[in-house]
Design a protein around this ligand. Structure first.
Ligand code: ZN
Length: 672
């Protein structure tokens, strides 16, 4: 008995703890949306359109970058060079274009070590290759530059301070790389590898992408950190951050593999930073189980704290930047999961076009929901997804038109509807196939470390599912709105089956075809609901209590409205009979209606022998002064006697005709 009491006490404490710690997912998701909306504001201010003219850059393919940058903290000044190796893609190429901010000065350029001429206008450096080259030719161009970086749009190089100490870092998403180094600034052309050498005041510590190869004390109050990123990396994912960091490192072990995790934090935030950043250890294991092993395994993962980052966090490759003001936020744990998720979605599999940005933000956002599920089971997943459904703002299509502004590209649609689209894919495939797809897609040798478009995900999904998935991406990538449903069900007196009429329509006029899960009492079912009317019959055992649509929340729907016949009015007609009128029913396939009547204290009797078509009925067999009750039902199949739920009930006392002086006297009450 005592043991039992102990167990009860422990269970109670456990319940209290779970209750106390269960996160408010709504506020977590909202918190992230608010900040993202701010980011969007910045983008919108500087980029009225997001079309990137890389046409002039399609004549070469970048293989390697080597950035050598010297940062003068005092004067907020840089002196740097970038050497790029590339392959010519078009015969007859005589020049190439490179993105570079007009805020910095290009001081010189070489082609294969020989000085060449160039122009630098409107954010583009055009370099004369001093010769004509053909597809397959390899070249090396080096550009020297200097100046005071301007962090427009909250990105580029930023000179900030924390606790009186300077912190200098780059924040480069989505077009900030060109603000500190000249490059072909599109995620669609990743170099195979990259070196960043950074020279800075020797009392500080520098975090960057990949592995630190060497640190050289220059003997003049500066030191140089030589970082090497050995994996392909998109320009918008390159970064560095320098201040009086402390480093908290640990070894992450996964099966027989291991990797260092290095977290760079501010001394004054030691406890909160370590507590937050260390959570990525379990997440690395969990997401490796989910998406396949962490893609930058031979290097590292980690975080670097920055001040006024301009975002909550940014998934710079192998070194996520995290805003100092956000570290103690209750939502921050889910941001850690989001950014780590980007290691697979965005960093390893980079988007091939900003129009498909959901492929990185959708999966990163779904990583948050998966983490909630990992911690809190299916309730965590469902609550998280519920919070991600922010209503009609998700009516826009996932495809982003990059001729529109940056605020269009980074709309919350790509996060929330993106996450929902991954979730719905899971709902359709089922867990076994969905998680097989995750491994197949993220570890696919044809895709890994390269670029993806929505088509690539679709092809992988079709390979795993074994059937055509065009319809799914039509609905959720190209379509506006979401499906919403009207339904009615009919049961027979045999109580052995139920007929369901489900009407599907898109909330924004686009048609929707979708699998819809539902329960009949406790039994689980799923039907294919094409746009328009759908008719299905299911066997049941005994009378059914209810139909519960999408009980586990797998579809981003606009709701399910049950349709039941509605009696409008019951009144007395001039000839003394009772006339019933009702609304047109939504289901065009019904045969008609059954009419039921009763007296107080008696059972209902059916008045009609065959279904009544139309929307009215005369009951002539009435006695003045008696109170009658009426209701109707829709008849789907009179032979098998399939009828809908009963309508509302209306009562009436017919008045004696002889007293009627031509005035319509009705004593009717409606009872819904
Ligand atoms: Zn993201």
């Amino acid at each position: 008995m005592r043991k039992l009491i102990y167990i009860l006490v422990i269970l109670t404490i456990a319940n209290i703890l779970i209750g106390a710690n269960y996160p408010d997912f709504k506020s977590i998701v909202q918190r992230q949306h608010e900040i993202r909306a701010q980011e969007k504001e910045y983008y919108a201010r500087y980029w009225p359109e997001f079309t990137e003219n890389t046409r002039e850059m399609d004549n070469y393919d970048v293989l390697y970058y080597f950035i050598d940058i010297n940062i003068d903290f005092e004067n907020e000044y840089i002196e740097a060079s970038n050497l790029m190796q590339f392959e010519i893609l078009e015969d007859g190429t005589t020049e190439i274009d490179v993105h570079f901010t007009d805020d910095l000065t290009a001081d010189g350029a070489t082609v294969n070590l020989i000085t060449t001429s160039y122009t630098h206008i409107n954010g583009i450096i055009n370099i004369d290759l001093m010769g004509t080259y053909n597809a397959g030719d390899m070249l090396e161009v080096e550009i020297f530059y200097s100046g005071n970086p301007v962090a427009r749009l909250e990105d580029g190089i930023k000179f900030e301070e924390h606790a009186g100490v300077p912190v200098v870092f780059s924040m480069v998403s989505p077009r900030g790389a060109r603000k500190w180094w000249p490059c072909k600034d599109t995620p669609a052309d990743k170099p195979d590898s990259l070196d960043i050498w950074i020279t800075y005041p020797s009392q500080y510590i520098c975090a960057s992408n990949g592995l630190l190869q060497e640190e050289i004390n220059n003997g003049n109050g500066t030191k140089t950190s030589r970082w090497h990123e050995s994996y392909p990396v998109a320009t918008y994912l390159t970064s560095f951050a320098i201040t009086n960091y402390q480093i908290h490192s640990f070894l992450w072990e996964y099966n027989t593999e291991q990797m260092m995790v290095d977290n760079y934090y501010y001394p004054e935030q030691a406890a909160s930073s370590i507590a937050l950043y260390d959570q990525c250890e379990d997440m690395l294991t969990f997401l490796s189980d989910t998406y396949g092993i962490f893609p930058f395994l031979t290097e590292k993962y980690g975080h670097a704290t920055c001040t006024n980052l301009g975002a909550l966090a940014m998934e710079h490759q192998t070194c996520t930047s995290f805003d100092a003001g956000y570290i103690s936020d209750p939502a921050a744990e889910y941001t850690v999961a989001h950014e780590l998720g980007h290691s697979w979605a965005g960093d390893c599999l980079s988007i091939g076009s900003w129009s498909h940005v959901w492929l990185k933000e959708g999966f990163a956002s779904y990583s948050e929901a998966l983490w909630a599920e990992h911690l809190y089971g299916s309730a965590g997943l469902q609550d998280y997804m519920q919070a991600e459904d922010t209503g009609s703002v998700l009516d826009e299509c996932l495809y982003r038109d990059d001729t529109q502004g940056a605020n269009h590209i980074f709309n919350s649609v790509v996060y929330n509807k993106g996450s929902w689209t991954v979730h719905m894919l899971r709902g359709i495939l089922g867990d076994e196939d969905f998680f097989a797809l995750m491994q197949y897609y993220f570890q696919n040798p044809d895709l890994i470390y390269g670029n993806v478009l929505t088509e690539d995900l679709k092809n992988c999904a079709e390979d795993v599912a074994g059937y055509d998935m065009d319809w799914f991406f039509d609905e959720w990538f190209w379509n506006y709105g979401r499906p919403r449903y009207n339904y009615c069900y009919y049961t027979s007196s045999e109580e052995d089956s139920v007929k369901i009429t489900l009407f599907s329509e898109g909330s924004q006029s686009d048609p929707f075809n979708m699998y819809v899960p539902f329960n009949i009492d406790d039994e689980q079912y799923r039907i294919w609901a094409a746009d328009g009317y759908n008719y299905n019959t299911f066997e049941t055992i005994g009378a059914i209590e209810d139909i519960n649509w999408d009980p586990d929340n797998w579809v981003l729907d606009g709701g399910y409205a049950e349709k039941i016949p509605t009696l409008d009015e019951v009144s007395r007609s001039r000839d003394g009979s009772t006339v019933l009128t009702w609304e047109e029913f939504f289901d065009p396939e019904i045969e008609g209606f059954n009419i039921y009547r009763k007296l107080v204290g008696e059972d209902y009797i059916q008045l009609n022998a065959t279904p009544v078509s139309g929307t009215f009925y005369f009951d002539e067999d009435v006695t003045a002064g008696q109170q009658y009750y009426y209701k109707i039902s829709a008849v789907f199949d009179s032979e098998e006697n399939y009828t809908s739920k009963f309508s509302n009930e209306i009562s009436l006392i017919p008045v004696d005709f002889t007293f009627d002086q031509g005035i319509l006297l009705v004593d009717g009450t409606q009872d819904y």
